[in-house]
Design a protein around this ligand. Structure first.
Ligand SMILES: *Cc1c(COP(=O)(O)O)cnc(C)c1O
Length: 362
């Protein structure tokens, strides 16, 4: 038996994935990215498991995420910060990222010691300065400011997951040139650029540290099969069969009658829906495992329930465990499979699991 919407997260699997990444990284450090509630897995549990698996840093997107973490490890807040966010981040003892003179002044004006990373926008087109000269000046400014420590140089790749594209090598070349110019003046800095895909794609992107999110959870940064990279999914999404009923031809399941039985069959009802983060776009377009067999999700996903076609003969009973993401009896459904069905990425599938989905840690 299991609950109505349960994300079962196995810490040991996150440790394993960090071990795989550490092995790829060699001497470079691993910074585990636990933003957005650890991509839906639970930030604290993910952080603890990643540190046990060899990560030495943590990264989050927001100041509040940093403040919520209980850890002795270094924490980097990667995102943009309002003045209030900056106070929160510094009070939490987190490292922050700068890319303007104004923001360096804002950090310095707090009068408290702060560790600062300068971000070059080498081609992501988001946060960071695009001008390597300005980035280099910011490094000198930070290093000279009272109380501030120049802790890192960073950039972020736009297309590391798109093997064979030519933008990634361009970004890498631009960032490498910047590092070669700045590092001799600031030999203590930690240089970091790679996300999960970049770690697996090119050792030249490893530098001193890599910021890995998706791969630590055992999801494939390239969107295909994590097992090909020795990664294992850490999250299994489960529900259970709350009702089994006979359908005659023409009987319909769910809102809008988007599915009707074409022949006599049995339908199972699972008490999980888009209110738990199981997306409505999966209506008539997903598989669910029960008793180690694949059954099609039929009808419209509603807020609290979905229906599955069990076929004309079934041994499925009320109380049977249903697996929406994960493995049962040798059958497997990957978050990547779910993502492909609805035109999104594995990141969004697990991050989109809502608070009503209970997290159970093992
Ligand atoms: C989210 C994020 C990462 C982690 O990316 P993955 O693809 O999940 O490994 C790294 N760096 C920055 C700046 C990020 O925002």
């Amino acid at each position: 038996m299991t609950g109505r919407a349960v994300a079962r997260v196995t810490r040991r699997v996150i440790e394993h994935n960090c071990g795989v990444l550490k092995q790829r990284l060699g001497a470079a450090e691993l910074c585990a990215v636990v933003k957005a509630n650890g991509y839906g897995h639970g930030a604290q549990a993910a952080a603890d498991a990643a540190l046990a698996g060899g990560a030495t840093w943590l990264a989050v997107a927001t100041a509040n995420e940093a403040a919520a973490l209980k850890t002795d490890a270094r924490v980097l807040v990667m995102g943009a910060l309002t003045p209030e966010d900056l106070d929160t981040a510094l009070a939490a003892g987190a490292d922050v990222v700068v890319w303007t003179r104004e923001f360096v002044d804002a950090v310095a004006s707090r009068g408290a010691p702060a560790r600062v990373h300068v971000k070059l926008d080498s081609g992501m087109g988001r946060l960071g300065t695009k001008d390597p000269r300005e980035a280099a000046e910011l490094c000198d400014l930070v290093a000279e400011a009272d109380g501030l420590e120049l802790a890192g140089l960073m950039t972020h790749f736009a297309t590391a997951d798109d093997r064979g594209d030519d933008h990634f090598p361009d970004q890498l070349a631009r960032f490498t040139a910047f590092v070669d110019e700045v590092r001799p003046r600031h030999p203590g800095v930690t240089v970091h650029a790679a996300n999960s895909a970049a770690v697996l794609r090119d050792p030249a992107a490893h530098f001193d540290m890599a910021r890995c999110g998706i791969a630590t959870y055992g999801l494939d940064p390239f969107g295909s099969d994590p097992f090909e990279q020795d990664l294992e999914p850490a999250l299994q999404l489960e529900s259970y069969v709350a009702a089994v009923k006979r359908f005659e031809p023409g009987d319909s399941a769910g809102y809008g009658r988007t599915w009707r039985a074409s022949e006599p069959t049995w339908v199972g009802v699972l008490p999980i829906g888009y209110g738990d983060g199981w997306r409505r776009a999966l209506s008539n377009d997903a598989d669910v495992l029960v008793r180690g067999r694949r059954h099609p999700l039929v009808g419209t996903v509603s807020m609290d329930n979905v229906t599955i076609d069990l076929g004309p003969e079934t041994d499925v009973e009320v109380g049977d465990v249903a697996v929406l993401i994960g493995e049962q009896g040798g059958e497997r459904i990957l978050a990547e499979d779910v993502a492909r069905r609805i035109g999104t990425i594995n990141y969004e599938v697990t991050t989109g699991l809502l608070p009503r989905t209970e997290r159970v840690y093992e």
